[in-house]
Write a protein that binds this ligand. Structure first.
Ligand SMILES: *[C@@H]1O[C@H](CO)[C@@H](O)[C@H](O)[C@H]1NC(C)=O
Ligand SMILES: *[C@@H]1O[C@H](CO)[C@@H](O)[C@H](O)[C@H]1NC(C)=O
Ligand SMILES: *[C@@H]1O[C@H](CO)[C@@H](O)[C@H](O)[C@H]1NC(C)=O
Length: 308
């Protein structure tokens, strides 16, 4: 499956429990402590669980990811069909005291086509869902991710609103892997537009591709400061797609897992340090899709983790 891709590219390319780090732009990449790494573990399981069917997440019966989090988690809603509409779910974690929103990624076995096909063209953000984001800010996003997010946006908003009220909480954390991480980032921006300003919205993504243009990345850095984390595993090529030369930029908040298993926080957008994805993987020939599924501190992200 990589051959057609290469041909295409050759031509074109919290709250107190929150583990989100305060990264100061301009500082050096810095290692995370063992405790900081461990704090991501429940979110990693939540992102992996999003690969499982809507029936399984609603029953919280999805193999290792559900088993590992069951003691603290109550599922509330789920949806999607896993093909034309990606699976999603919502629920409440009583230890993290946050509403979790999980979004499934597409094609964990072969994530690259969506990043190289026609949907890499930019799309405007719907003015009803994101008032002014395109018309006033100039932000645009990958049309595939923007379109996928829009398909479930109002259902997810209703589910989140209901779960916030049911558990009387003021925190929402969106999670996902690969394109599910991209949808989760867009979801976080959307929820900030739609929910009252006392609700704190964070997102923790894994192997997230670039989602939008420079205006989008700058908007996220300004309006969700230190609330966005995207965790990359070694030389995975997905985080360097779509290419910067196409106008795509990452938000701040990268953490990259190094070859020796240590985790480093990478300040700024698209940090070119060799400890960070943009600096370490300078072209798709430099990396491999084999790192894409993980492990992220032992947690693998794919449908194959869903069997009980
Ligand atoms: C990337 O990290 C370096 C340290 O290695 C730092 O000097 C630089 O400011 C960072 N880049 C960005 C874009 O923040
Ligand atoms: C998850 O827990 C159930 C119920 O205890 C058990 O039957 C199943 O084997 C567990 N699955 C995994 C993958 O841990
Ligand atoms: C909801 O939580 C707030 C504090 O965050 C508290 O003041 C309020 O009494 C709670 N409401 C209910 C119905 O428990």
């Amino acid at each position: 499956m990589l051959a057609p891709l290469l041909a295409v590219l050759a031509i074109s390319t919290f709250v107190e429990a929150s583990p989100i780090l305060n990264s100061t732009s301009g500082a050096s990449p810095s290692p995370l402590s063992t405790a900081q790494i461990s704090a991501f573990k429940p979110y990693s399981y939540y992102a992996a669980a999003a690969y499982c069917s809507a029936d399984n997440t609603l029953a919280w019966d999805c193999g290792i990811s559900c088993n590992a989090t069951r003691a603290n988690f109550v599922p509330t809603f789920s949806g999607g069909d896993g093909s034309s509409v990606q699976f999603w779910y919502t629920g409440y974690d009583s230890v993290l005291d946050t509403v979790i929103v999980g979004h499934q990624g597409t094609h964990s076995e072969d994530p690259v086509p969506i990043l190289t096909d026609a949907s890499i063209v930019f799309a405007d953000f719907d003015s009803n869902l994101f008032p002014g984001l395109t018309s006033k800010v100039g932000a645009q996003g990958h049309s595939g991710f923007v379109g996928q997010h829009a398909m479930t946006a109002t259902d997810v908003l209703a589910a989140v609103t209901s779960t916030l009220a049911r558990y009387n909480v003021t925190s929402v954390t969106t999670v996902g892997h690969s394109s599910g991480g991209a949808i989760s980032l867009i979801e976080a921006v959307y929820l900030q537009f739609q929910l009252p300003s006392n609700i704190q919205i964070s997102t923790i993504g894994y192997a997230v591709p670039r989602v939008g243009n420079q205006e989008f990345a700058d908007y996220v850095d300004l309006h969700l400061p230190s609330l966005v984390t995207h965790i990359n595993n070694q030389d995975d090529i997905v985080p360097i797609l779509p290419g910067r030369f196409l106008g795509y930029h990452h938000t701040s908040g990268e953490i990259r897992i190094q070859e020796d298993g240590s985790w480093f926080s990478c300040p700024g957008q698209d940090n070119t340090s060799t400890k960070c994805s943009t600096g370490a993987v300078t072209s798709i020939f430099d990396g491999s899709a084999s790192f894409h599924k993980g492990p992220y501190d032992g947690v693998m992200m794919s449908t194959s983790t869903c069997s009980t």
